[in-house]
Write a protein that binds this ligand. Structure first.
Ligand code: NOJ
Length: 765
């Protein structure tokens, strides 16, 4: 090293150290101290440096769009970057953080964000699968482990939880959320925020959560990604907004704006959404980040040129601009032209600096850079064991005629299907830092769990044969190559294997890359080549267990009619194969329940359990014409919300109420006996639904208001008690007031949203 350079570095390190010492002192205090510290810092910042804090470029690799950010190192040195995303590992983070805290004038540390969506390197089931566990403790644990791994890998910010209510399985991003129910979705949102952030962002293994996509992204018209939403306020408040609010109430430090238009104003520029609702009504105190190029996309949305939309977004309440660099390149001009005020720039800058302060980055910009910790924390045996347990809990048994499952551990099986001996797809979509090569396939899992099982494998079909889908997903990185054997030969080999076995276990579904962002589908049947295989296997007369892997509810009407046992496993992560094998052989008795309705056909979509009655409800039986129904399909789903079987069976007694009326401030105890009448110990998710029969506005036919996941030994009975309160009866009325109205309520308790015991009580106010 040249002497002059080393002297320069020494000086830089010295002055940085002194600055850190001062900052550390300042950072260890209260809000007042934070305010003083930031006011002081901002007094030294130039306009460019302030705008720089609002800039979030992508550095590293990219998964959701072309890499657009250029010259980032140089910008960091000039103080023109507030944070980066898609960079991780202690080494890579240290390199960029060093640029910020040694080369930039004010040495303001960077944020490091990433899509840690269902695990960082130890991958858990896709979020839709996680939600099917109905186990808030396990879900929080998955977020905790993800945060511990991510924080050990240099990251301090995750773009999760995704809490968009989704009632449309055509939309590929249904995979990333917790399904269709606002109550369950809210509990999960809060659990995940807690898991990521712990009780204080100053903890070493806490990372900031970003609740997304605010708002209504899951209601995209036609299930087509990024599409418009147009929705009444009353529906928004009652059905779509609760999980975002729950995440904010749980302390989510950041909010990510959605791409979609909301009633004519895209979310990124929607002042009502980002300021009136989020900040004024909900009291959100953190900062708001746009989605990827969300700001510049306002140009094709039709709101104006880049300068106009950047000013609009900032004024609406978007504090940080992800990738567009509309803020970086145009806000100064807009200020000079008096199109925005200095106050809004200051406010956004302050909010971002506050988050950095709360994370403790001013005290220690290298807080998240610890090579040793990364070695022990990431993909530890303990994390993998937890991932297996969590994966098991996410699986949903859809059908099990004649108790075909569990399999005997020494059974002679034909293991068939393109996903049966597959690692590539196991970790699902949005498992960005996950390494699929470390995942366990079903074949490996069965060998681990049941070494005496006699297994013959046949691929049976290519994962995807459809040329249009293949072209699209291969362009997105699926790398699916057609097998050397012809499709006919693949099927005939599988049929011979099935004929020689006692049972065929057939593992089918989507390719992982067919789920997640930009993967909308108009047909939700099993892919035609896979269905053909399944039909050929069914024709052998051998008993078939269908193991499904998919990112969304599929239409499985034929399968339900023709296949005796069906296990939904989603994409269940690094430990997939072990977890699936444990379930197949009965080491774990499945207890997952669907959190998104499985329709019979695409024409029924959107289909969700908490719908309204209409004035002409159809009873499902009569041939009367003028009813709210289809003439070519039932209204009912194939598998309803909350549905899922067990290897054992549960029976429910009638409901007992300790009184029939509820007055304000009082409670009713509703009890029910649940008996395990089958041959296995097992867990059951006992669900409570309510219906407000007459209201000032129309109310859903039922809404989930409580649940308990309980373990019952075979032959035993447990009493489950729910406490009914006025709070459970509240909803937003046409004045958007959240209140309960007096009158009669139906109460349902049972195993899912369809099969339950009923009772009734009166709320007297
Ligand atoms: C776009 C996606 O919509 C969002 O969920 C994600 O967090 C960002 N890209 C960053 O990768």
């Amino acid at each position: 090293m040249k002497k002059s350079t080393s002297l320069f570095l020494l000086a830089a390190v010295f002055s940085t150290n002194t600055l850190f010492a001062q900052q550390k002192k300042a950072a260890s205090g209260t809000d007042q101290k934070m305010n003083t510290f930031i006011t002081n810092l901002m007094s030294k910042m130039t306009l460019d440096e302030k705008i720089g804090q609002l800039n979030l470029p992508a550095v590293g690799f990219d998964v959701t769009g072309p890499i657009l950010s250029e010259g980032v190192d140089e910008k960091i040195e000039k103080g023109l970057v507030g944070g980066v995303f898609n960079t991780f590992t202690p080494q890579a983070v240290r390199k960029l953080q060093e640029l910020a805290v040694t080369k930039s004038r004010l040495k303001i540390p960077l944020l490091f964000g990433y899509d840690v969506v269902h695990g960082h390197k130890t991958i858990f089931p896709i979020p839709l699968g996680l939600s099917a566990s109905w186990d808030l403790g396990l879900i929080e644990k998955s977020a905790r482990i993800a945060a511990r791994e991510a924080s050990a890998d240099g990251l301090n910010w995750t773009f999760s939880p995704m809490v968009d209510i989704a009632r449309d399985p055509r939309w590929g991003r249904i995979a990333e959320g917790s399904g269709e129910d606002p109550y369950l979705g809210s509990l999960i949102a809060a659990a995940m925020v807690k898991g990521y952030q712990t009780n204080s962002l100053s903890n070493k293994d806490a990372i900031m959560a970003s609740v997304k996509h605010f708002a209504l992204y899951g209601a995209a018209e036609g299930g087509r990604d990024y599409n418009t939403t147009d929705m009444s306020l009353i529906r928004m408040y009652n059905e779509y907004l609760p999980p975002y609010k729950a995440a904010v109430d749980a302390g989510a430090e950041t909010v990510m704006v959605s791409f979609n238009d909301i009633n004519g104003v895209p979310a990124t520029a929607n002042k009502w959404l980002l300021t009136d609702l989020l900040r004024k009504q909900w009291g959100f105190k953190g900062f708001v980040v746009s989605d990827y190029t969300g700001v510049s996309e306002l140009v094709p949305h039709g709101l104006g040129d880049l300068q106009t939309v950047s000013a609009l977004s900032l004024a609406a309440g978007t504090d940080m601009d992800m990738v567009s660099e509309g803020f970086l390149n145009t806000l100064k001009k807009s200020l000079q032209e008096k199109k925005i005020s200095m106050a809004v720039i200051d406010l956004a800058c302050r909010r971002i600096l506050e988050s950095k302060y709360k994370l403790g980055l001013f005290a220690d910009p290298y807080k998240y850079v610890d090579e040793e910790k990364a070695k022990t924390e990431i993909l530890s045996q303990k994390n993998r064991a937890d991932a297996k347990r969590i994966a098991e809990a996410s699986m949903v048994l859809l059908k099990n005629n004649n108790q075909l499952l569990p399999l005997k551990k020494n059974a002679k099986i034909a293991l068939i299907g393109p996903l049966a001996d597959n690692k590539r797809d196991m970790i699902g979509n949005w498992s960005a830092a996950g390494d699929w090569k470390l995942a366990i396939s079903v074949m490996e899992g069965l060998k681990n769990v049941a070494p005496n099982m006699d297994i013959t494998y046949a691929k049976g079909a290519n994962l995807v044969d459809d040329p249009a889908i293949l072209k699209q997903i291969n362009a997105n990185g699926a790398d699916i190559v057609a097998d050397e054997k012809t499709p006919e030969k693949l099927i005939s080999d599988a049929v011979s294997a099935a004929k020689k076995a006692d049972i065929a276990v057939v593992v089918l579904g989507e390719s992982a890359i067919m789920g997640g962002e930009a993967t909308s589908r108009t047909n939700l049947d099993l892919l035609p080549n896979q269905k053909e295989l399944l039909k050929a296997l069914a024709a052998t007369g051998k008993p078939i267990v269908l193991v499904l892997m998919n990112s969304r509810p599929l239409t499985l009407t034929w399968e339900d009619e023709n296949i005796p046992a069906i296990l939904e496993t989603w994409f269940s992560g690094t430990e997939s194969g072990n977890a699936i094998a444990d379930v197949l052989v009965g080491n774990y008795n499945p207890a997952g329940k669907l959190t998104a309705t499985f329709p019979r056909n695409v024409g029924q979509i959107p289909l969700y359990y908490n719908h309204k009655n209409t004035g002409r409800p159809y009873d499902g039986l009569s041939n009367e014409k003028f009813k709210s129904r289809y003439i070519d399909s039932s209204n009912d789903p194939l598998y309803p919300f909350g549905y899922g079987l067990s290897y054992t069976a549960f029976s429910y007694s009638p409901i007992k109420l300790n009184k029939a009326t509820l007055a304000a401030g009082q409670t009713i105890q509703a009890t029910i006996e649940v008996k395990n009448t089958g041959n296995f110990d097992g867990e059951e998710v006992v669900q409570l639904y309510l219906q407000d029969i007459y209201g000032s506005v129309t109310r859903p036919v039922k809404e989930l208001k409580g649940f308990q996941k309980i373990f019952i030994k075979k032959g035993e009975t447990k009493t489950v008690t729910f406490t009914l309160t006025e709070e459970m009866l509240k909803f937003y009325n046409s004045d958007l007031k959240f209140a309960a109205e007096k009158g009669d309520f139906n109460l349902y308790i049972g195993a899912n949203s369809r099969d339950n015991q009923a009772s009734r009580f009166t709320f007297t106010k």
